[in-house]
Write a protein that binds this ligand. Structure first.
Ligand code: ASP
Ligand code: MG
Length: 414
């Protein structure tokens, strides 16, 4: 069996749904499980709904936009005679109720934001059914089991495996349509796996079902040596070793979600990144291979914050002090992207995610003199050559620079 994943960009309009249906049809001779993200920017919009509702502000216009976009697609797909419009209204109504609920913010966030995938998968399922595909919609929350870390659910692999394996029977005669990004706890509470987590969902299903491959359908021709919107001369890789792809995602390449590679590599399941608009393009295969000389790979990670902790008593930065810093980071679940120390300061760079980072700075300020800068971009040049090494070291506005034998990193003002 195979697993396909379609992201929000592939489902942004009715044309996208037609395209998804035609790709699925072409591959329907073999058992297939399809994972979908929410339509277009629905997840961002749902995040705004939660934020507004929880601040007791008016969120109706944002919710209406979501409703309108889904209605438009349903209309263009000629699904109106179906009960799907009623389903849409019920779901929109439920979103409003959940968003206004009282309680833990992250819990409420998951209950609301997860609905984007429920909506998109429901529409796709109905569209495929009406077009005579033999499909079955399943609720991923009953199969991907997580703990109660809301917004970042940790997968319980044993439980998930048992549940997911039971899908084999359905797969013998039906294509399964399910949601990315969402999971459920043993108490049947909805969780999410972290933003852009649908790729990871596809990897979980594939691993538990021992799939032949996973294909992520995207709006790029494959995995590229840099973001083509930023660098015109970016090239497409035909193939990449798992390790290389995993490291790219670590440095911030957003072509694949960082958690996707590990389970697939462990199970030796190849991951294809294919172009959604032109499936005839070869795409990139990420698998167990060796490549003698990879070209430089350049990753831009925006919205970085550089934090410097200065010791206040004229002593030097020592290990116990670093220990204190790391304790605070780890308690707050903040990931460090790059770090550097000098005699009296320890500096590190993190994703500027609020309110998390302000609270982190507050906690650090109790022990150190803290300085910070935001609006920075971390540029990583992996497998650099002489030309790229020179080019990126002389960029204006460098705040921090670091290089190893294979990797150069510079943190610059955006
Ligand atoms: N819809 C979710 C998000 O936008 C998950 C995903 O797209 O992978 O974060
Ligand atoms: Mg997305």
């Amino acid at each position: 069996m195979r697993v396909f994943k379609f992201g929000g960009a592939s489902l942004k309009n009715s044309q996208g749904f037609h395209n998804v249906a035609s790709i699925i049809k072409k591959h329907s001779k073999e058992p297939l499980l399809v994972v979908v993200s929410a339509i277009d920017k629905t997840t961002n919009a749902l995040e705004r709904v939660v934020a507004l509702a929880q601040a007791k502000k008016n969120y109706q216009s944002v919710l209406q936009e979501i409703r309108q976009q889904h209605k438009q697609i349903i209309h263009e797909l000629n699904l109106e005679a179906d009960t799907i419009n009623e389903d849409l209204e019920t779901l929109i109504h439920a979103i409003a109720n959940k968003a206004e609920a009282e309680g833990d913010y992250d819990f409420i966030y998951d209950q609301v934001v997860s609905q984007g995938e429920i909506l998109s998968s429901t529409v796709l399922n109905r569209f495929l059914q009406i077009n005579k595909s033999s499909v079955q919609w399943i609720d991923a929350r009953n199969y991907i089991h997580t703990d109660e870390t809301f917004r970042e659910g940790k997968v319980d692999w044993t439980q998930s495996q048992t549940a997911i394996k039971s899908l084999n029977e359905i797969l013998q005669h039906k294509i399964i349509i399910t949601q990315g990004f969402i999971g459920g706890t043993t108490q049947n509470t909805t969780t999410t796996l972290g933003r852009e987590g649908s790729d990871f969902s596809a990897a979980i299903f594939a691993t538990c079902l021992k799939a032949k491959s996973v294909t992520i359908w995207k709006d790029v021709p494959g995995v590229m040596s840099a973001d083509p919107k930023r660098l015109k001369n970016a090239v497409v890789f035909d193939e990449l070793p798992y390790q290389e792809a995993a490291e790219m995602t670590y440095y911030g390449a957003d072509v694949i979600h960082p958690k996707t590679i590990k389970p697939l590599a462990n199970a030796n399941i190849p991951l294809w990144v294919k172009n959604f608009d032109d499936p005839s393009l070869p795409g990139t295969i990420i698998h167990d291979c060796k490549i003698a000389k990879l070209p430089p790979l350049i990753v831009f990670k925006d919205n970085q914050c550089l934090i410097s902790c200065k010791v206040t008593d004229y002593s030097f930065v020592n290990e116990p002090q670093m220990n204190t810093i790391f304790e605070i980071l780890s308690q707050r679940d903040v990931h460090v992207n790059v770090m550097q120390n000098s005699a009296i300061t320890f500096s590190f760079c993190v994703d500027f995610r609020e309110p998390k980072i302000s609270k982190l700075i507050e906690a650090l300020s109790k022990k150190f003199e803290v300085y910070y800068n935001t609006d920075l971009t971390l540029i990583t040049v992996k497998n650099y050559n002489a030309a790229t090494f020179q080019e990126y070291r002389i960029l204006p506005g460098i705040m921090l620079e670091q290089s190893s034998r294979s990797t150069l990193q510079v943190l610059v003002r955006s």
